[in-house]
Write a protein that binds this ligand. Structure first.
Ligand SMILES: Nc1nc2c(ncn2[C@@H]2O[C@H](COP(=O)(O)OP(=O)(O)OP(=O)(O)O)[C@@H](O)[C@H]2O)c(=O)[nH]1
Ligand SMILES: [Zn+2]
Length: 195
């Protein structure tokens, strides 16, 4: 996968004035890096976030994505430096339409993993090559990663990225996503301190 840096500007937000950089991958998808301060030097706070239109932009309570994105930007602003790598891997890689199909199956009783399987997809169709390539583009090999996902940690470590610290990102739990989060912990191995 080659990534081309295609555009960059300031991005003022309620948290801080970030920089936004757009990278285009071979398949034409436009991935985003929202960064603050100088990333070189001491390992910076990094969030590798998979697109979730419903959670990130439409306030959906079915997942915790929007709250995690908010918390990540907030933590970076507090730290004074860091970046969110926003990857266009909607629906754990199956796309928006298929994610909504999976939601419909969940409305009929399937859990998030079973719904993906019923549609003929793996539980998680993402691969981390893109994240690894983007980290390389940004010259980031020692990072403090905001995540609860052990597969993400393993994939990056195996690719030679040193995670000097895992920063948990537990926010946005609500009655609508309780069983979704429980399934993530039980079947996908997410490190969540659930009650
Ligand atoms: N297929 C599918 N995708 C979902 C569902 N709910 C959320 N997503 C997608 O899941 C992705 C986020 O994955 P998560 O498992 O929440 O988080 P993660 O990136 O693996 O791990 P963290 O770093 O701990 O947040 C986004 O692309 C969402 O669109 C669902 O029920 N089905
Ligand atoms: Zn989501």
């Amino acid at each position: 996968m080659t990534l081309q840096r295609i555009a960059e500007s300031k991005l003022p937000t309620p948290f801080a004035e970030f920089r936004i950089t757009v990278f285009q991958s071979d398949d034409g998808k436009e991935h985003v890096v929202v960064s603050l301060g100088e990333l070189a030097g001491e390992p910076p706070l990094i969030r590798i976030h998979s697109e979730c239109l419903t959670g990130d932009a439409l306030f959906s309570l079915r997942c915790d994505c929007g709250a995690q994105l908010n918390a990540a930007l907030q933590k970076i602003a507090e730290d004074g430096r860091g970046a969110v790598l926003y990857l266009r891997q909607e629906g754990r890689g199956i796309g928006l339409g298929n994610k909504i199909r999976a939601y419909a199956l969940q409305d009929k009783g399937a859990d998030t993993v079973e719904a993906n399987h019923q549609l003929g997809f793996p539980a998680d169709a993402r691969e981390y090559g893109l994240a690894i390539d983007l980290l390389k583009e940004l010259d980031l090999c020692h990072i403090r990663l905001m995540t609860n996902n052990p597969r993400k940690l393993d994939a990056l470590e195996q690719a030679g990225v040193t995670i000097v610290e895992r920063v948990p990102l537990e926010s946005g739990r609500n009655p609508h996503n309780e069983s979704y989060l429980a399934t993530k912990a039980a079947k996908l191995g997410h490190l969540l301190g659930l009650p």
